[in-house]
Design a protein around this ligand. Structure first.
Ligand code: PLP
Length: 439
C-alpha cells in the first residue's frame, strides 16, 4: 500500500521510470509522448544535459544558503537575464518556488505598494471568470474557477470577476473582434467604478488563458484597452504568465504579442522546466523604488526563495530559451502543430474550435458545431479523452472548463519545444485515436 496522499484517491497511477526528450517511460516500459509537458512545464523535454549539468555543478559548490544572509551567483545571473528580456519597465525579480507563491507575492506587493504610497484604501482585486491563478488562498480567491473556489470561499479575500476575453463563445453576431475586445475590456472600468476606484488595487489576468479555458488568446486591442483603464484609475496590472510565459506562446513573455507591459508579471512552470521547483514575481522599478524609499522591506518571504540549485537550473533553461533560440522554435513548431490539428480535426463534427499561440494549443469539443452546444457534463468527455489518450501513449491536458455556468470540454497541448515533425504527427495520430474512442 502506498503512503502517498494522492491527487485522486480513486485512481491508481503507473510509476514513472525515466524521461528522454519528448517521452516519459513507466516501470513496465510503456512509452508516453509528453504532449502537454505535464501541465505546460517541460518546455525543454526530459533529461536535458545542459540543465542537469548546471544542477550538478551547483550542488558541488553550494546547495543552499539562506537569502536573509546571502545572495548567490545563479540567482543574480538569472535575475539579470530575466530583466534583459522582460517587458518594458519591469526591473526587479523576486524568486520563489512556484506559481501560487508568485501570485501571493504579487498580491501582497501590490497591497504594500499602495500602503507605502499613501493609498491604504486600495485592497480589492478584480480578475476574470474562467481563470486559474494557483491553489493557495490568495491565488485561489483571485482565480475565477468557481468549482475550485467554492468549498474554501469563507477563507478568502474579497475579489470580483469580470468576463474573460473568449471570442469563440463571447463575440456577438455582427460584432467585430475588436468591438468585442473593447466591450469585454470595458467591463473592467464598470467594475472599478462599481467598487470605487479608491478601493481597487489590481486587475489580474492570464494573457493567454491556460487550464480553465484551453489556450485562449485575447483579441487584438483587448489588453491595450485594459492597460488604458488601469492607468486611468491608478490600478496595477498583474499578468499571470505562469503557464503561458517562458516561450510557451512563441515569445519569451506572452504579453509581448499584445503590445502591453504589466506592472507585475509572474512566471513559473517553464522557468524551471520541471528540473527544479521555481517561480518568480517580476515588478516595475517604480513599485520596488516606492517600497525601498518607504519602509525599505517587502513584508514577505519563504525559506526556499532564491534557492541556488533552482536558480542554476532556471538560468540554464532561460539560456536555452533565449540564446539557444528555443522560444522561437516554439513559435515555428506551434504553427506546424496548428496546421496538423487543422488538417486532422478542422472538419470534425465535434471539434468546435482549434486555437492558441506557439506550442500552446487547444481543441474545444462541442456536441453541435452550429450552436456550439457543449456535451452534457454527465458524459465526462474530458476525462474520457484524458484516459483514452494516456492508454494510447499520449499525455495531454483535458479539462472541463466552466463556460459562464455551463460545462465545456477542451484538450490542451503544450509539448516540449524540442519536438520534431514526426512527434507532431504522433500527437495528431494518438489524439485522433483518443477522440474516436471517447465521443
Ligand atoms: N497561474 C497559472 C496561470 C497556472 O496555470 C498555475 C498552475 O497551473 C498557477 C498559477 C499555479 O502554479 P503552481 O501550481 O506552480 O502553484
Amino acid at each position: 500500500m502506498s503512503h502517498i496522499f494522492p491527487r485522486n484517491s480513486r485512481a491508481a497511477l503507473p510509476m514513472v521510470a525515466r524521461g528522454e526528450g519528448v517521452y516519459l517511460f513507466d516501470t513496465d516500459g510503456k512509452r508516453y509522448l509528453d504532449g502537454s509537458g505535464g501541465a505546460a512545464v517541460s518546455c525543454l523535454g526530459h533529461s536535458d544535459p545542459d540543465v542537469t549539468a548546471a544542477i550538478k555543478a551547483q550542488l558541488d559548490s553550494v546547495a543552499f544558503a539562506h537569502t536573509g544572509f546571502f545572495t548567490s551567483e545563479p540567482a543574480e545571473r538569472l535575475a539579470d537575464l530575466l530583466i534583459e528580456h522582460a517587458p518594458h519597465g519591469i526591473d526587479r525579480v523576486y524568486l520563489v518556488s512556484g506559481g501560487s507563491e508568485a501570485m501571493e507575492a504579487a498580491l501582497k506587493l501590490a497591497r504594500q505598494y499602495f500602503i507605502e504610497t499613501g493609498q491604504p484604501g486600495r485592497h480589492r482585486v478584480i480578475a476574470r471568470r474562467q481563470s486559474y491563478h494557483g491553489n493557495t488562498l490568495g491565488a485561489l480567491a483571485t482565480g475565477g474557477n468557481m468549482w475550485r473556489r467554492e468549498p474554501f470561499a469563507p477563507l478568502m479575500i474579497e475579489t470580483s470577476h469580470i468576463a474573460p476575453c473568449y471570442a469563440y463563445r463571447g463575440q456577438a453576431p455582427g460584432e467585430s473582434e475588436r468591438e468585442y475586445g473593447q466591450r469585454v475590456a470595458d467591463e473592467l472600468e464598470e467594475e472599478i467604478l462599481r467598487l470605487g476606484p479608491e478601493t481597487v488595487m489590481a486587475f489580474v489576468a492570464e494573457p493567454v488563458v491556460g487550464a480553465t479555458a484551453g489556450a485562449v488568446p485575447p483579441v487584438a486591442g483587448y489588453f491595450q484597452r485594459i492597460r488604458e483603464i488601469c492607468d486611468a484609475y491608478g490600478v496595477l496590472l498583474i499578468l499571470d504568465e505562469v503557464m503561458c510565459g517562458m516561450g510557451r506562446t512563441g515569445t519569451l513573455f506572452a504579453c509581448e504579442q499584445d503590445g502591453v507591459a504589466p506592472d507585475i508579471v509572474i512566471i513559473a512552470k517553464g522557468l524551471g522546466a520541471g528540473y527544479q521547483p521555481i517561480g518568480a514575481m517580476l515588478c516595475s522599478g517604480a513599485i520596488h523604488d516606492a517600497i525601498a524609499a518607504g519602509s525599505g522591506a517587502f513584508l514577505h518571504g519563504h525559506t526556499y526563495m532564491g534557492h541556488p540549485v533552482a536558480a542554476a537550473a532556471a538560468l540554464a533553461v532561460l539560456t536555452r530559451l533565449t540564446a539557444g533560440g528555443l522560444a522561437d522554435r516554439s513559435r515555428v513548431m506551434g504553427e506546424r502543430l496548428n496546421a496538423a490539428l487543422e488538417a486532422g480535426f478542422g472538419q470534425h463534427p465535434h471539434v468546435g474550435d482549434i486555437r492558441g499561440r506557439g506550442l500552446f494549443r487547444a481543441l474545444e469539443f462541442v456536441e453541435d458545431r452550429e450552436t456550439k452546444r457543449p456535451f452534457p457534463p454527465e458524459k465526462g468527455l474530458h476525462k474520457r479523452l484524458k484516459a483514452a489518450a494516456f492508454e494510447a501513449g499520449l499525455i495531454c491536458y483535458p479539462m472541463g472548463g466552466t463556460i459562464d455556468g455551463r460545462q465545456g470540454d477542451h484538450v490542451l497541448l503544450a509539448p516540449p519545444f524540442i519536438l520534431e515533425d514526426a512527434h507532431v504527427d504522433e500527437i495528431v495520430d494518438k489524439l485522433g485515436t483518443a477522440i474516436a474512442r471517447s465521443i
